[in-house]
Design a protein around this ligand. Structure first.
Ligand SMILES: [Fe+2]
Ligand SMILES: [Fe+2]
Length: 272
């Protein structure tokens, strides 16, 4: 049930869309999820949308057409070279290319941007920040200090952070670190949803990992035989995106637009 206040803002965040199975399950469900939750702002992590590896401009267009306001990414940001050229837009642009983010703590000369700020048709301002963890991942700049730097210049109260990271500890730590300063810290990258969604005491909605929107009869999206073979032999195998048993994993956050404080977070997993 929706809390009724004038400044209520409802946000849908969809976890890593993986391959054609992920795109199909999202396209099957997203319209009714947007409508039944009276969603004002929709953010989709699309880092695996193109066959598991990155996202192309045309697949990004498909996700925007489905209702995404902003698309976030992660370590697979680099996989489709045509995206890197496509993202050469000015910082003050509101084109679709400007609304595809990469982690903000990537090296400074990386194409694209890690934060986007805009206004909804209701007049409500919002910001989306994309960060990547460092534990068991490429060593980028410190995401904690990068968050501090970005928050010093963000003017919106409603702020969603996609924290693309491997370990539960780094994600939980950033959740606590940003509690009361952002509306939501939502984890991505592990492709497995965690059952720890909650609103922290300062008013930040938190979930360690939202989970992927993709084929669950797989090893985190990939055809399982090739992955098992790699574990058994240690030899490189060709990874193909799986198709079976797709699920859309997402979170719905309800917040006060005037303060940015979250009231509630709900975990979603929808199958065929
Ligand atoms: Fe991913
Ligand atoms: Fe990832």
């Amino acid at each position: 049930m929706r809390l009724v206040t004038l400044d209520n803002v409802n946000i849908l965040f969809v976890g890593d869309v993986f391959g054609s199975a992920g795109r199909r399950i999202v396209s099957e469900h997203i319209a009714h999820v947007l409508e039944s939750n009276s969603i004002d702002l929709c953010v989709i992590n699309g880092e695996n949308a193109a066959g598991g590896f990155g996202i192309t401009p045309s697949i990004a267009d498909d996700l925007f057409d489905l209702g995404a306001d902003v698309i976030t990414t992660g370590n697979h940001f680099w996989d489709k070279k045509e995206l890197l050229d496509y993202l050469k837009v000015p910082a003050d642009s509101h084109d679709r290319a400007r609304r595809i983010l990469r982690p903000a703590n990537f090296p400074p000369k990386t194409p694209g941007f890690g934060v986007y700020e805009s206004t909804l048709p209701t007049g409500q301002t919002y910001a989306v920040i994309n960060l990547q963890g460092r534990v068991f991942m490429q060593q980028n700049d410190d995401p904690f200090r990068k968050a501090d730097d970005l928050l010093a210049s963000v003017t919106s109260k409603v702020i969603l952070v996609d924290f693309h990271a491997e370990t539960t500890s780094e994600k939980i730590a950033l959740g606590w670190y940003l509690d009361g300063r952002v509306t939501a810290v939502l984890g991505t990258h592990t492709h497995v949803p965690t059952a720890d969604e909650r609103v922290l005491p300062g008013g930040t909605a938190y979930q360690t990992d939202v989970g992927m929107s993709g084929p669950f009869d797989s090893v985190i999206g990939v055809e399982r035989d090739a992955v098992i073979e790699r574990f058994l032999t240690g030899q490189p195998t060709k990874f193909e995106p799986a198709k079976g048993n797709p699920k859309m994993c997402a979170a719905v956050i309800e917040c006060d637009g005037a303060t940015g404080r979250a009231y509630r977070i709900k975990r979603i997993m929808l199958g065929e």
